[in-house]
Write a protein that binds this ligand. Sequence first.
Ligand code: FE2
Ligand code: FE2
Length: 135
Amino acid sequence: MAFLNWNDNLSIGIIQIDAQHKNLVNMLNQLYDAMSTGKGKEIITKIVKDMSGYALTHFGTEEKLMQQHGYPEFVQHKKEHESFIKKVQEFNNEIQKGNLLIVSNIASFLKEWLIKHIQGTDKKYGPFLKEKGVK
Ligand SMILES: [Fe+2]
Ligand SMILES: [Fe+2]
């Protein structure tokens, strides 16, 4: 069973965003698999890097849409993205130092963050952007 299963509660209702969120969930599951099958530092570091790179792209998509349409909660939303990026950088540093104990914290953190951010913060802009004609 996957570490995090996609379900309709995670859907924002905007096709491009849902597709990106699904990719993030897949990457998290890959990370969890790599960890639970005892994969080495190189592989885990690579997945964390890929995932944080993809998160940057995704945040860029959201921020662009929010800005384009004058979303009133843009600044607060962007702050949450920034704290995520900072946290993932910290994780990367720990892995580089050889601290693989932190790895189980990473997967739990990412899972919690994704669920909370998507269902809370991201979901709030769904109706706003849809009203502006974003599909
Ligand atoms: Fe998002
Ligand atoms: Fe977001």
